[in-house]
Design a protein around this ligand. Structure first.
Ligand code: IPE
Ligand code: IPE
Ligand code: MG
Length: 239
Protein backbone atom coordinates (compact mmCIF):
# COMPACT_ATOMS: atom_id res chain seq x y z
CA UNK A 1 0.00 0.00 0.00
CA UNK A 2 1.35 3.38 -0.95
CA UNK A 3 0.45 5.03 2.33
CA UNK A 4 4.03 6.24 2.75
CA UNK A 5 3.42 9.08 0.32
CA UNK A 6 1.11 10.68 2.89
CA UNK A 7 3.58 10.65 5.79
CA UNK A 8 4.33 14.22 6.80
CA UNK A 9 2.40 15.43 3.73
CA UNK A 10 -0.35 18.02 3.82
CA UNK A 11 -3.32 15.76 3.41
CA UNK A 12 -6.74 17.46 3.43
CA UNK A 13 -7.98 18.08 6.98
CA UNK A 14 -11.61 17.54 6.07
CA UNK A 15 -12.84 15.26 3.30
CA UNK A 16 -16.50 14.88 2.33
CA UNK A 17 -17.82 12.01 0.26
CA UNK A 18 -21.20 11.72 -1.46
CA UNK A 19 -21.78 7.97 -1.22
CA UNK A 20 -23.66 7.65 -4.50
CA UNK A 21 -24.30 4.86 -7.00
CA UNK A 22 -25.65 2.06 -4.80
CA UNK A 23 -28.84 1.68 -6.82
CA UNK A 24 -27.05 1.48 -10.16
CA UNK A 25 -24.57 -1.01 -8.74
CA UNK A 26 -27.47 -3.32 -7.81
CA UNK A 27 -29.31 -2.73 -11.07
CA UNK A 28 -26.24 -3.75 -13.08
CA UNK A 29 -26.40 -7.09 -11.28
CA UNK A 30 -30.15 -7.52 -11.63
CA UNK A 31 -30.61 -7.11 -7.87
CA UNK A 32 -33.07 -4.94 -5.92
CA UNK A 33 -31.69 -1.51 -4.98
CA UNK A 34 -31.45 -2.37 -1.30
CA UNK A 35 -28.66 -4.84 -2.05
CA UNK A 36 -26.68 -1.91 -3.39
CA UNK A 37 -27.21 -0.04 -0.13
CA UNK A 38 -26.06 -3.07 1.82
CA UNK A 39 -22.91 -3.31 -0.27
CA UNK A 40 -22.40 0.45 0.05
CA UNK A 41 -22.45 0.09 3.83
CA UNK A 42 -19.47 -2.27 3.61
CA UNK A 43 -17.60 0.29 1.53
CA UNK A 44 -18.45 2.90 4.14
CA UNK A 45 -16.68 0.92 6.86
CA UNK A 46 -13.62 0.18 4.71
CA UNK A 47 -13.24 3.77 3.54
CA UNK A 48 -13.66 5.19 7.06
CA UNK A 49 -10.82 3.04 8.37
CA UNK A 50 -8.64 3.91 5.43
CA UNK A 51 -9.25 7.65 5.79
CA UNK A 52 -7.86 7.42 9.30
CA UNK A 53 -4.75 5.63 8.03
CA UNK A 54 -4.17 8.38 5.46
CA UNK A 55 -4.27 10.94 8.27
CA UNK A 56 -7.54 12.69 7.42
CA UNK A 57 -8.87 14.37 10.57
CA UNK A 58 -12.52 14.87 9.58
CA UNK A 59 -14.45 12.62 7.23
CA UNK A 60 -18.02 13.59 6.39
CA UNK A 61 -20.10 10.99 4.61
CA UNK A 62 -23.40 11.83 2.97
CA UNK A 63 -25.69 8.91 3.76
CA UNK A 64 -29.24 10.28 3.33
CA UNK A 65 -30.40 13.64 2.03
CA UNK A 66 -33.47 15.68 2.94
CA UNK A 67 -34.62 14.93 -0.62
CA UNK A 68 -34.19 11.16 -0.36
CA UNK A 69 -37.60 10.83 1.38
CA UNK A 70 -39.06 11.14 -2.12
CA UNK A 71 -38.01 7.56 -2.83
CA UNK A 72 -40.43 4.61 -2.64
CA UNK A 73 -41.30 3.77 0.96
CA UNK A 74 -39.81 0.29 0.80
CA UNK A 75 -36.44 1.69 -0.25
CA UNK A 76 -36.50 4.36 2.48
CA UNK A 77 -37.47 1.70 5.03
CA UNK A 78 -34.63 -0.55 3.90
CA UNK A 79 -32.12 2.32 4.19
CA UNK A 80 -33.36 3.23 7.68
CA UNK A 81 -33.10 -0.38 8.77
CA UNK A 82 -29.57 -0.49 7.45
CA UNK A 83 -28.65 2.64 9.46
CA UNK A 84 -30.04 1.04 12.57
CA UNK A 85 -27.93 -2.09 12.04
CA UNK A 86 -24.86 -0.17 10.97
CA UNK A 87 -24.88 2.07 14.00
CA UNK A 88 -24.07 -0.97 16.09
CA UNK A 89 -21.02 -1.56 13.90
CA UNK A 90 -20.16 2.14 14.00
CA UNK A 91 -19.65 1.65 17.74
CA UNK A 92 -16.59 -0.47 16.88
CA UNK A 93 -14.95 2.69 15.54
CA UNK A 94 -14.79 4.02 19.10
CA UNK A 95 -12.24 1.34 19.94
CA UNK A 96 -10.24 2.63 17.01
CA UNK A 97 -10.15 6.07 18.63
CA UNK A 98 -12.65 7.57 16.17
CA UNK A 99 -15.18 10.16 17.26
CA UNK A 100 -18.60 9.91 15.65
CA UNK A 101 -20.93 12.86 15.05
CA UNK A 102 -24.10 13.38 13.04
CA UNK A 103 -25.36 16.29 11.00
CA UNK A 104 -28.85 16.78 9.61
CA UNK A 105 -32.31 17.05 11.08
CA UNK A 106 -32.58 13.99 13.25
CA UNK A 107 -36.03 14.82 14.59
CA UNK A 108 -37.54 13.08 11.56
CA UNK A 109 -35.74 9.80 12.28
CA UNK A 110 -37.13 6.98 14.39
CA UNK A 111 -36.75 7.33 18.17
CA UNK A 112 -34.66 4.15 18.27
CA UNK A 113 -32.24 5.49 15.66
CA UNK A 114 -32.04 8.85 17.44
CA UNK A 115 -31.22 7.07 20.68
CA UNK A 116 -28.39 5.10 19.09
CA UNK A 117 -27.04 8.25 17.45
CA UNK A 118 -27.00 10.12 20.73
CA UNK A 119 -25.31 7.31 22.59
CA UNK A 120 -22.54 6.76 20.03
CA UNK A 121 -21.90 10.53 19.97
CA UNK A 122 -21.66 10.67 23.72
CA UNK A 123 -19.52 7.56 24.07
CA UNK A 124 -17.05 8.64 21.39
CA UNK A 125 -16.77 12.26 22.51
CA UNK A 126 -13.21 11.99 23.84
CA UNK A 127 -11.73 10.11 20.90
CA UNK A 128 -9.67 12.09 18.50
CA UNK A 129 -7.65 10.21 15.92
CA UNK A 130 -10.36 11.13 13.41
CA UNK A 131 -13.88 12.55 13.54
CA UNK A 132 -16.41 10.70 11.40
CA UNK A 133 -19.36 12.93 10.56
CA UNK A 134 -22.42 11.12 9.23
CA UNK A 135 -24.91 13.21 7.29
CA UNK A 136 -28.35 11.65 7.77
CA UNK A 137 -31.49 13.50 6.73
CA UNK A 138 -29.05 16.24 5.85
CA UNK A 139 -29.51 19.02 3.35
CA UNK A 140 -27.36 22.13 3.14
CA UNK A 141 -30.36 24.36 2.55
CA UNK A 142 -32.24 22.84 5.46
CA UNK A 143 -29.19 23.27 7.69
CA UNK A 144 -28.87 26.94 6.76
CA UNK A 145 -32.61 27.47 7.25
CA UNK A 146 -32.44 26.00 10.77
CA UNK A 147 -29.38 28.13 11.55
CA UNK A 148 -31.14 31.29 10.36
CA UNK A 149 -34.12 30.43 12.54
CA UNK A 150 -31.87 30.01 15.59
CA UNK A 151 -30.12 33.31 14.93
CA UNK A 152 -33.43 35.11 14.34
CA UNK A 153 -34.62 33.72 17.66
CA UNK A 154 -31.65 35.32 19.41
CA UNK A 155 -32.31 38.62 17.68
CA UNK A 156 -35.94 38.63 18.71
CA UNK A 157 -34.94 37.83 22.30
CA UNK A 158 -32.63 40.84 22.21
CA UNK A 159 -29.50 38.67 22.68
CA UNK A 160 -28.04 39.74 19.34
CA UNK A 161 -28.24 42.83 17.12
CA UNK A 162 -28.72 42.25 13.37
CA UNK A 163 -25.47 44.08 12.60
CA UNK A 164 -23.62 41.77 14.98
CA UNK A 165 -24.34 38.76 12.74
CA UNK A 166 -21.06 37.67 11.17
CA UNK A 167 -20.17 34.75 8.91
CA UNK A 168 -18.49 33.26 11.97
CA UNK A 169 -21.78 33.31 13.89
CA UNK A 170 -23.57 31.73 10.94
CA UNK A 171 -20.89 29.04 10.68
CA UNK A 172 -21.16 28.20 14.34
CA UNK A 173 -24.94 27.97 14.08
CA UNK A 174 -24.70 25.23 11.47
CA UNK A 175 -24.79 21.54 12.39
CA UNK A 176 -21.07 21.35 11.64
CA UNK A 177 -20.44 24.04 14.31
CA UNK A 178 -16.74 23.86 15.18
CA UNK A 179 -15.82 21.43 12.38
CA UNK A 180 -13.42 23.07 9.91
CA UNK A 181 -14.58 23.79 6.34
CA UNK A 182 -14.42 20.88 3.91
CA UNK A 183 -11.22 20.81 1.81
CA UNK A 184 -12.05 18.05 -0.62
CA UNK A 185 -15.38 16.70 -1.81
CA UNK A 186 -15.40 13.39 -3.63
CA UNK A 187 -18.38 12.28 -5.67
CA UNK A 188 -18.28 8.84 -7.19
CA UNK A 189 -21.03 7.41 -9.47
CA UNK A 190 -20.51 9.67 -12.48
CA UNK A 191 -22.80 12.52 -11.40
CA UNK A 192 -21.22 15.95 -11.36
CA UNK A 193 -23.34 17.87 -8.89
CA UNK A 194 -23.39 18.67 -5.21
CA UNK A 195 -26.97 17.54 -4.39
CA UNK A 196 -27.34 19.87 -1.37
CA UNK A 197 -24.21 18.59 0.43
CA UNK A 198 -22.21 20.99 2.66
CA UNK A 199 -23.09 24.03 0.58
CA UNK A 200 -21.87 26.63 3.08
CA UNK A 201 -18.82 24.64 4.18
CA UNK A 202 -17.61 23.94 0.62
CA UNK A 203 -17.06 27.58 -0.38
CA UNK A 204 -13.41 26.79 -1.21
CA UNK A 205 -13.51 23.02 -1.48
CA UNK A 206 -11.77 21.13 -4.25
CA UNK A 207 -13.93 18.62 -6.12
CA UNK A 208 -13.04 15.23 -7.48
CA UNK A 209 -15.61 13.36 -9.54
CA UNK A 210 -15.25 9.74 -10.49
CA UNK A 211 -17.30 7.20 -12.42
CA UNK A 212 -16.88 4.43 -9.85
CA UNK A 213 -20.12 3.36 -8.19
CA UNK A 214 -19.89 3.66 -4.39
CA UNK A 215 -20.00 -0.09 -3.61
CA UNK A 216 -16.97 -0.50 -5.92
CA UNK A 217 -15.02 2.39 -4.37
CA UNK A 218 -11.72 1.07 -2.98
CA UNK A 219 -9.27 2.41 -0.41
CA UNK A 220 -6.83 2.96 -3.31
CA UNK A 221 -9.38 5.25 -4.97
CA UNK A 222 -9.47 7.41 -1.85
CA UNK A 223 -5.67 7.50 -1.82
CA UNK A 224 -5.62 8.60 -5.46
CA UNK A 225 -8.15 11.36 -4.77
CA UNK A 226 -6.16 12.66 -1.81
CA UNK A 227 -2.99 12.54 -3.89
CA UNK A 228 -4.63 14.51 -6.68
CA UNK A 229 -5.89 17.04 -4.13
CA UNK A 230 -2.34 17.54 -2.87
CA UNK A 231 -1.19 18.53 -6.35
CA UNK A 232 -3.79 21.26 -6.69
CA UNK A 233 -2.99 24.91 -6.15
CA UNK A 234 -5.52 26.47 -3.79
CA UNK A 235 -5.55 30.25 -3.82
CA UNK A 236 -8.61 31.19 -1.75
CA UNK A 237 -9.00 34.30 -3.88
CA UNK A 238 -5.38 35.38 -3.41
CA UNK A 239 -2.55 35.19 -5.93
C1 IPE B 1 -26.73 6.57 -2.76
O1 IPE B 1 -26.98 5.68 -3.81
C2 IPE B 1 -27.46 6.20 -1.49
C3 IPE B 1 -28.50 7.17 -1.10
C4 IPE B 1 -28.82 8.25 -1.74
C5 IPE B 1 -29.24 6.85 0.10
P1 IPE B 1 -28.25 5.82 -4.73
O2 IPE B 1 -29.36 5.04 -4.13
O3 IPE B 1 -28.56 7.24 -5.01
O4 IPE B 1 -27.75 5.10 -6.04
P2 IPE B 1 -28.07 5.52 -7.53
O5 IPE B 1 -27.65 6.94 -7.69
O6 IPE B 1 -29.54 5.35 -7.72
O7 IPE B 1 -27.26 4.59 -8.35
C1 IPE C 1 -26.97 12.31 -2.96
O1 IPE C 1 -27.28 11.29 -3.85
C2 IPE C 1 -27.35 11.93 -1.58
C3 IPE C 1 -26.59 10.84 -0.98
C4 IPE C 1 -25.64 10.15 -1.54
C5 IPE C 1 -26.95 10.54 0.36
P1 IPE C 1 -28.66 11.29 -4.68
O2 IPE C 1 -28.63 10.07 -5.49
O3 IPE C 1 -29.79 11.51 -3.78
O4 IPE C 1 -28.47 12.58 -5.58
P2 IPE C 1 -29.17 13.00 -6.94
O5 IPE C 1 -30.64 12.79 -6.76
O6 IPE C 1 -28.61 12.10 -8.01
O7 IPE C 1 -28.78 14.41 -7.16
MG1 MG D 1 -27.97 8.50 -6.47
Amino acid sequence: MALDRFKGAEVPTHVGIIMDGNGRWAKKRGLPRKFGHREGAKTFRKITRHAKKIGIKYLTLYAFSTENWKRPKDEVDAIMELFDKNLDEVRDFIEENIRVRFIGDRTMLSPSLQKKMKSVEEDSRDFDSMTLVLAINYGGQDEITRAVRAIAGKVSEGELEPNEITSDIIQHSLDTGDIPPVDLIIRPSGEQRISNFLIWQSAYAEYIFSDILWPDYRPEDLEDAVYEFMKRNRRFGGV
